[in-house]
Design a protein around this ligand. Structure first.
Ligand SMILES: Nc1ncnc2c1ncn2[C@@H]1O[C@H](COP(=O)(O)OP(=O)(O)OP(=O)(O)O)[C@@H](O)[C@H]1O
Length: 212
């Protein structure tokens, strides 16, 4: 469980988030126009940006301003809108690299193939990441995040750039992740897909958040 308490963010005098309050339990969807502050909010929760004011409480602990590295170890994982895998490594090797946070190499290798299967990439597990389609790259990024064993998964625009068939693959994967008790936030422009998968939806507009 995560609580965002009165979080604001100002970049060079530009107020991007205005006293955002949000409780995250199960999967929360956030939609809203370009530049409304969705990615900034996820970056603050993941420890990649510091809020100008306000607090982030994760599992009862104040984690405001904590480093991204510490937060990953605590169980907060973020999947960026633009996939950035190691292109010269295979799909499984990419997942092994992420698994090394929690496992030794042998365990990481075994679990990497399990994760490939879970995300639907078992047939391309030994292909180089550079050979993957856009849809497969999104699944790989989610697989790499799962390898860190998150309790809270932050998915920034997981459907962007995907045709409907691949977007549905991501929806089905998120359903499987949810059924394992992981909480999360998903941002999206495509509200129909978001409503399919999120337990509650919010709209972000001009740095403010409202149910809807
Ligand atoms: N590092 C930064 N420095 C200055 N301004 C920034 C920075 N990061 C984001 N912004 C600004 O903050 C605002 C919100 O951006 P953000 O990326 O959070 O919006 P978004 O809702 O995720 O948009 P999109 O749907 O296009 O990803 C934008 O005006 C953006 O230009």
């Amino acid at each position: 469980m995560l609580e965002v308490v009165d979080v604001s963010k100002v970049y060079n005098g530009n107020v991007v988030l205005k006293s955002v309050n949000l409780t995250v339990k199960d999967f929360v969807g956030i939609h809203g126009p370009n530049g409304s502050g969705k990615s900034t909010l996820l970056s603050i929760i993941a420890g990649l940006e510091k809020p100008s004011c306000g607090r982030i409480i994760f599992q009862g602990q104040d984690v405001t301003g904590m480093s991204a590295e510490k937060l990953v170890k605590m169980g907060v994982a973020i999947v960026f809108q633009i996939p950035r895998p190691f292109k010269r490594l295979t799909v499984a090797e990419n997942i092994v690299a992420a698994s090394l946070l929690r496992k030794n190499h042998d365990e990481a290798e075994k679990s990497a193939y399990r994760i490939c299967k879970f995300v639907g990439l078992d047939e391309v597990a030994d292909s180089f990441a550079s050979q993957l389609s856009q849809g497969e790259l999104k699944l790989l990024e989610i697989g790499r995040a799962l390898a860190t064993e998150p309790k809270l998964l932050l998915l920034d625009e997981p459907f962007s750039g995907l045709d409907i068939e691949n977007a549905r693959r991501v929806v089905r994967l998120v359903e499987r992740i949810k059924s394992r008790g992981v909480d999360g936030i998903i941002t999206a422009h495509r509200t129909k897909l978001l409503r399919n998968v999120a337990d509650i939806c919010y709209e972000m507009r001009g740095g403010k958040i409202a149910e809807g």
